[in-house]
Design a protein around this ligand. Sequence first.
Ligand code: HEM
Length: 412
Amino acid sequence: MSEDQTFRLSRRAFFGSSAFASLGALSVMGAELPASPAGAMQNSSIPFYGSHQAGLTTPAQENLAFATFDIATTSVARLRLMLNQWSTSAAAMTEGRSIPGDSSLSFPPSDTGEAVGRGPANLTVTLGIGPSFFSSPPGRMRAKPGALVELPAFPGDQLDPQASGGALCIQACADDPQVSFHAVHNLVRQGLGVVTLRNLQLGFGRTSNTTVNQESQRNLLGFKDGSNNLMANSGTALDHYVWVDQEQPSWMKGGSYLVARRIRIRLEQWTSSSLQAQQDAIGRAKESGAPLGGKSEHDPVNLSVSGSHGLPVIPEGAHIRVAAPSQNKGVRILRRGYNYADGIDPVSGEIDAGLFFISFQKDPISQFAALQHQLSLGDKLHSYLVHTSSGVYACPRGLVQGQGWGAQLFAS
Ligand code: HEM
């Protein structure tokens, strides 16, 4: 399909969408929520519009589809239109509706169709803008957010350039893997000729809690993860560590910065380590999740308790000691990562699996990079890990109903 054809198709779908909104009769597949076989979770939805984007403090869902894109057009108008289409489509999909458009037999359907009947499943679709956006022709004249700088290299990094970076990212999370995939699939399709897909990462099993009501899940190490995370109800801590307050451009006020790192875990090495070595590497008990020296998962982490030999109970080099705010000038981040498994690592022949780490913070350098620097030097867990991709993205503040991402980013 030529660029022009794609553009015409996109325009048609977009203008069709406003018609659709007023003419509910032009119904498309899934426009009405069906009774879902999987019940309440499938039919539960998260509002797309609001002062902050959904998908940060939203209770972490079970599945992830994370896509990155490069800009393929030189036209501001085309990029702006596509971004507006993306937000219109995201809003529809988060309500469990198909992508709006007409249902003429002469054109490809406006929605790819694979989520029909599945409900919204708590879908959130979050947009991020990478540093390279601002060197692309349409982004060159836009003001770049001050804290959006490339992350430094860290000791031990083995980054795949194609899987890293990107001018745009979409984080789609849902409690149904087909719903999160469907969201990205449709945005990729709408972007034809305007953006090119750079990388797609699927994730399963949330590794973080983002509200106190969620129970901690286990990561692929077999440990509970997310016990000591910033959460939706962390109150002013979110303003302090997550939400951008006064930075230019204005679309970042109420936004945040997303860091994504694909971290392969050397699972064979890990599962061959003794239980004691595993617990010492994390600083928590494997079964209960309690900090070593404590009794239950949510006991406070006390780094100053010593054992009978005078050594700290949470050893030097334990992950939760090295990452603790008290060891890092008070720094905290909101973690929101997922497990991944992507077949076999061609070099080692082992399972290529680990953590697709995602964190949100006000400043990627003084928060994420400062922590990662310490972890790469002194974390016992680090010898089991290989970081294979990296990205940093500015996530704009939320949209008000009727506003689009294109209008938000390209407001004069
Ligand atoms: C494969 C990689 C990683 C695994 C498997 C992992 C696993 C864990 C586990 C099991 C905990 C304890 C439970 C909890 O409080 O959530 C934890 C805590 C934590 N991790 Fe990681 N982590 C990884 C990478 C990272 C990275 C890259 C960072 C940041 C640069 C990080 C920052 C933290 C922080 C801040 C805590 C909480 C420390 C505290 O205050 O108690 N982790 N992680």
